[in-house]
Design a protein. Structure first.
Length: 208
């Protein structure tokens, strides 16, 4: 029996509600909206097409000016599973660890991630993250404070005072504990970089 319209609407609303108002064409299809119906809802203005295969409910409130959920859904593989994890500069901002703000959204994708075109809004980094290196902020996956600082130390492009600020805040708020700096999951290089940063942050004065 064909799915009732109200059932389809309820299902797509629940999906969109969990994704800041966004949903993919695959999710809409699974909810009972054919390709023809998807086109119809875009034409009527009920849905907004924000990117190829990604929609947003027109009347859903958007409390944020950024597109975190949009580009998270963009990173989906052929099965419709998002692959991207917000990291580096963007993760630093989401954890509220520094006053630094990047003009682009930084995202780490798997080493095997393949796309022929990339949005200008994104800066991609490649790496296979482990589950304990990922947390959730504002409904999207983000690297933990520790992984974020390690990534930025290794990348070595951010001015050091931003990293000192981040380490100081992370330690004060308990986002990074003393034992984390000696984690066996870290390489010897990563442990040394963190130890040096933590040492320097003890005497760091943001207002100096």
């Amino acid at each position: 029996m064909p799915k009732l319209l109200k059932d389809s609407f309820q299902q797509i609303f629940e999906i969109a509600d969990s994704q800041s108002g966004y949903f993919t064409s695959k999710q809409a299809l699974a909810a009972g909206y054919s390709d023809r119906m998807q086109t119809y809802h875009v034409k009527t203005g009920d849905w907004e097409r924000n990117y190829r295969g990604i929609y947003r409910l027109h009347y859903y409130p958007n409390p944020r000016p950024d597109d975190l959920m949009l580009w998270y859904l963009w990173s989906s593989n052929r099965k419709g599973e998002p692959q991207g994890i917000y990291s580096h500069d963007t993760a630093l901002g989401l954890h509220n660890l520094s006053t630094w703000s990047s003009p682009k959204l930084h995202m780490t994708v798997p080493l095997k991630f393949q796309r022929s075109k990339f949005p200008a809004e994104l800066k991609l980094h490649y790496g296979d993250l482990r589950s304990f290196e990922i947390t959730t902020i504002q409904q999207v996956p983000v690297t933990t404070a520790l992984r974020t600082i390690v990534d930025l130390l290794l990348a070595d492009y951010l001015q050091r005072h931003h990293l000192l600020e981040a380490m100081l805040q992370a330690r004060r708020r308990g986002l990074i504990l003393p034992n984390d700096l000696k984690s066996p999951w870290l390489s010897s290089e990563e442990r040394k970089l963190l130890a040096d940063l933590e040492h320097d942050s003890r005497n760091y004065n943001p207002e100096a």
